[in-house]
Design a protein around this ligand. Structure first.
Ligand SMILES: [Zn+2]
Ligand SMILES: [Zn+2]
Length: 430
């Protein structure tokens, strides 16, 4: 969440009690997974390194733990802790790096880790899908991801606040509005190719649930704006809120009321620890094989997701004007398959449009990614944009490029490679 957002689980202003809670939490997080000697563990947003140090004992001298964080006071503490006991922690390595850009760290390799942990509950809140899909690249087939996420009811104040900001037209702030139930993150993990094995709720000690009335919205809004104005005096969003307090308060109150169940808003203080397994490409028995999709895919933001259970028949690059405009490039690559074999998860972001008179195309309304195309009069077949396929989910042989089509409209600035594929001026429907 951005600095101007409400942060109920914020631990920037650490007190002793908070420190103790985090120490207990990290131990509990680790106890929800079995770590074996010799394993390799990646600890993302490792902070003071508590999780890394605890895990280093379990993996032993033949294993390895890599902790990564951006440079901050806590991380410096991790590094100095290791240097004070470098023999004991010889199997722990700390790397200072942007945790949103792990791909550029060649040292991590691919599918190298038995377990990837992110025990900082703030990390997955903003963009859960693209984070887990990126982390998956580092997990072995059959390996595990262990993540911590705020309980959705711990975010009631933040949710009302963020929805208020969105309605006032502030974009780019945090967005925890996707986190609406116990099942929200498991759904994201499932669509990213994980099997969720266990969810454990850990309540912050001494913090039993609190209940608010609808009228409490006024006090909560005033507290949020008041506290944040002290903390971030130059924040422009807050200045706006203070200047337009009555409108903002009215919107906040309506969003606050929307969170009520039977006139009451419940706030739970705690986190969920979720253990998920990377199930793609693992060897399964014959009867399990049918359950594995040929591939899965979707849009850039994760709101549109599909799963394909059949092998595509061919791959074509379409050079028509529409594909140029929609892709912003010289062509759009498609694979063709039977539409009965493609299942889209229900999403209000999946939008169908008749961009041209010959076909219906689908997009993600949220991020703009082109997803599919179906020619009118041929509903049995569907073409999926190849870029929408999650490459590491592919369990079948995808077809090689078969044809360049619609070359009469080809971009003049683009030169076709000598790739041996067939070349057609128009389209020939199968
Ligand atoms: Zn999208
Ligand atoms: Zn086209």
């Amino acid at each position: 969440m951005a600095s101007s957002q409400a942060q109920p689980m914020n631990h920037d202003h650490v007190t002793d009690a908070r420190d103790t809670w985090y120490t207990i939490l990290k131990k509990k997080v680790l106890s929800s997974v079995t770590i074996k000697p010799g394993q390799r563990i990646l600890d993302i947003a490792c902070g003071t390194g508590q999780v890394s140090f605890l895990a280093s004992t379990d993996v032993g001298p033949t294993g390895q733990v890599i902790g990564i964080d951006t440079s901050n006071d806590k991380f410096e503490k991790a590094i100095s802790c290791k240097s004070r006991d470098s023999v004991r922690y010889s199997n722990v390595e700390f790397l200072k790096h942007d945790i949103l850009d792990l791909e550029s760290l060649n040292i991590l390799g691919e599918k190298n880790f038995d377990l990837v942990i992110c025990a900082d509950e703030r990390i997955l809140v903003d963009d859960p899908f693209s984070s887990v899909i990126r982390w998956k690249k580092f997990i072995k087939s059959g390996g595990y991801l262990l993540v911590v996420i705020p309980h959705h009811k711990s975010l009631v104040k933040a949710t009302a606040y963020e929805r208020t900001l969105n309605r006032l037209g502030f974009s780019g702030g945090g967005d925890c509005s996707w986190l609406v139930s116990e099942d929200s993150l498991p759904q994201v993990l499932k669509s990213a190719g994980f099997a969720v094995e266990r969810t454990t709720f850990i309540e912050q000690f001494g913090q039993s649930p609190r209940y608010y009335d609808i009228e409490d919205g006024i006090t909560e809004f005033e507290k949020l704006v008041g506290d944040d104005t002290e903390k971030f005096p130059s924040d422009r969003t807050l200045q706006y809120l203070v200047q337009h307090q009555s409108t903002a308060l009215r919107i906040y109150q309506s969003e606050w009321a929307r969170l009520a169940v039977d006139g009451e808003i419940e706030e739970v203080n705690g986190v969920n620890v979720i253990l998920a397994r990377n199930i793609l490409n693992i060897r399964l028995s014959e009867e399990d094989m049918v359950a594995i999709p040929a591939f899965i895919g979707g849009c850039r933001c994760g709101k549109v997701r599909y799963s394909a259970s059949v092998v595509p028949s061919q791959a074509t690059y379409c050079h028509c004007f529409t594909c140029q405009k929609l892709s912003g490039g010289p062509f759009l690559p498609f694979v063709d398959l039977k539409s009965a074999g493609v299942t889209f998860e229900h999403s209000t972001a999946h939008e169908l449009q008749n961009v041209t008179s010959v076909a219906t195309r689908s997009f993600c309304k949220n991020c703009g990614s082109p997803i599919s195309m179906t020619y009118h009069g041929n509903a049995e077949d569907i073409s999926l944009t190849m870029g929408s396929i999650d490459e590491d989910s592919v369990t079948v042989q995808l077809p090689n490029l078969d044809r360049h089509i619609m070359l009469k409209e080809k971009a003049k600035w683009y030169t076709l490679p000598e790739d041996g594929a067939k070349r057609e001026d128009g389209i020939s429907l199968p």
